[in-house]
Design a protein around this ligand. Structure first.
Ligand code: BGC
Length: 516
């Protein structure tokens, strides 16, 4: 394939913005859309191709935007639709594509769809959610558990029925077997495409439920090993899900309808976040022809980090299934896991002073693999996780549920800092920010680092500029198997015009490239 035939998203470096923590413009201690707009030059100068903004829709913020009250409006804390249009126009002028984060599997219990549905068994929205009668002994119909703890079924006294929620009880699962729900989502897709967005990150698509009763029980996971949170101690992981609760085959009619809408516009992109008992198989199913363009790959996001051997296995598995295509997107960090600069340092047994060199290596590695890659805000500054957030200041409902054993996701969500010597690092002029500023981040404030020629930000920017001129990376999505010593990852990227050997050495923390 030549560059001309690769779509933008097949090689894109996508910068993920967590809007609550990026930049506050109205001094309420919470980031917002005008704040993002004011920082777009900083992002564009890094040389990335696109931004993905985590949900900014109207929401009671129980799961910080992943509980949507209105899919076609902006949460007042974040601004207005006019602010969004201004953001989009400026991003496009700076050659940045814009992706928004849609949540199709569930909404908020404050969404009018659910408010109406829960009232009775015979209202207009009665069948928009998964409602089931109790078993004769009053218990829920299946053994399904919620990802955030407790049963996946909650009781609604008005209907004398249970409803399904794979996450918080305030995130009821939509009934995608109902054509009216499907149509509502197609309208949401059109609404944002018509405004000019270039793509969607589709949240947790494996948790869309499109099957109706009778529901089957999940089986026990025979490979379950007790261990540290989050995976092993959480009862959710004691079950297998793909035969019943998750990755139901009927979901694919959703992927197909969503793709049909995307194809009615020019060059739009659908990237599904998904998991499963067999994540690679689920990813292949979701990206089969006529479905989502690509899948967001979890292989590099292991909560406890990956040593070199595990990195090799993780990359090999993903490449094995997708080589020759741009249908996957790698990420080392996001708003759901501890920052890679912290996790990977521990997993690789490296010292604190090696952390910056390690972060640059990880950024280069991720952006040299096939497909697109997602860089989470602050990775370009080698920010580490915020530590020691007092329990009374914790915000993440998942973390709060399992505290103090588990710190949850606040540690990677603290506000970005822009100027080391400004109040709150230049994030906000408010007395209090929604999560505390990590004082250690002040030494790596974004605008200070952008001004410092030898910073990770500038080294990464230089690398991304070089990357754009490598046909082996930009014009084909092929790579060889991983080789190298026990402390190295070596592979070739191959196009008709160029074969580029890429060597990542985790001992010297250096990266080298050779045309062969
Ligand atoms: C998002 C999480 C969110 C969950 C429920 C995801 O995988 O990334 O932040 O809590 O979906 O919507």
């Amino acid at each position: 394939m030549t560059t001309d035939t690769l779509k933008w998203w097949e090689t894109a470096v996508i910068y993920q913005i967590y809007p609550r923590s990026f930049q506050d413009s109205n001094d309420d201690g919470i980031g917002d859309l005008p704040g993002i707009t004011s920082r777009l030059e900083y992002i564009a100068a890094l040389g990335v191709d696109a931004i993905w903004i985590s949900p900014f829709f109207k929401s009671p913020q129980k799961d910080f935007g992943y509980d949507v009250e209105d899919y076609c409006d902006v949460n007042p804390e974040y601004g207005t639709l006019i602010d969004f249009d201004a953001l989009l126009t400026k991003a496009h002028a700076l050659n940045l594509k814009v992706m928004v984060d849609i949540v199709p599997a569930h909404c908020s219990d404050k969404n009018v769809w659910f408010e109406e549905s829960r009232q009775s068994k015979n209202n207009d929205k009665a069948d928009w959610f998964h409602w089931v009668d109790p078993m004769p002994d009053g218990t829920p119909p299946t053994n399904w558990l919620s990802f955030f703890g407790g049963p996946a079924w909650s009781w609604e006294p008005r209907r004398q029925q249970y409803y399904l929620h794979n996450f918080l009880s305030s995130q009821p699962n939509l009934n995608h077997a109902n054509p009216a729900v499907r149509e509502a989502f197609m309208d949401v897709a059109r609404f944002w495409f018509d405004r000019g967005v270039d793509g969607f990150r589709l949240d947790a698509v494996h948790t869309i439920n499109a099957d109706n009763a009778p529901y089957k029980n999940n089986l026990a996971n025979p490979e379950f090993v007790p261990g540290p949170l989050p995976q092993q101690q959480q009862p959710f992981f004691r079950q297998l899900h793909d035969s019943a609760q998750l990755n139901q085959p009927s979901i694919q009619s959703f992927s197909e309808s969503f793709r049909e809408i995307a194809d009615q516009y020019d060059d739009r992109y659908l990237m599904g976040e998904l998991h499963g008992d067999d994540p690679i198989k689920a990813s292949q199913t979701f990206t089969a022809p006529g479905r989502l363009h690509a899948t967001y790959n979890f292989n590099l996001l292991a909560w406890d980090g990956l040593n070199v051997e595990r990195l090799k296995v993780a990359i090999t598995k993903a490449i094995g299934a997708f080589n020759g295509t741009g249908r996957l997107s790698f990420a080392f960090s996001n708003h759901d896991v501890p920052r890679s600069a912290t996790r990977q340092l521990t997993a690789l047994g490296l010292k604190e002073e090696q952390q910056q060199a390690l972060q640059l290596l990880l950024l280069k590695l991720e952006t040299c693999l096939i497909g697109s890659s997602c860089v989470y805000q602050g990775e370009e500054l080698a920010l580490q996780d915020a530590r020691d957030i007092p329990i009374e200041q914790m915000q993440d409902p998942w973390g709060i549920e399992f505290a103090p054993v588990f710190a949850g996701r606040d540690t990677c969500r603290t506000p970005m800092v822009w100027k080391g010597d400004a109040p709150n690092g230049g994030f906000s002029k408010a007395n209090n920010t929604w999560l505390p500023i990590d004082q250690k981040h002040l030494a790596r404030a974004a605008l200070d680092e952008a001004d410092r020629p030898e910073s990770i930000y500038n080294e990464f920017a230089e690398f991304l500029a070089w990357r754009k001129h490598q046909p082996a990376i930009m014009s084909a999505n092929n790579m060889t198997e991983l080789t190298g010593s026990a402390t190295q990852l070596v592979f070739d990227r191959i196009s008709e015009q160029q074969t580029l050997r890429c060597l990542f050495d985790f001992e010297s923390l250096t990266v080298s490239f050779e045309e062969i």
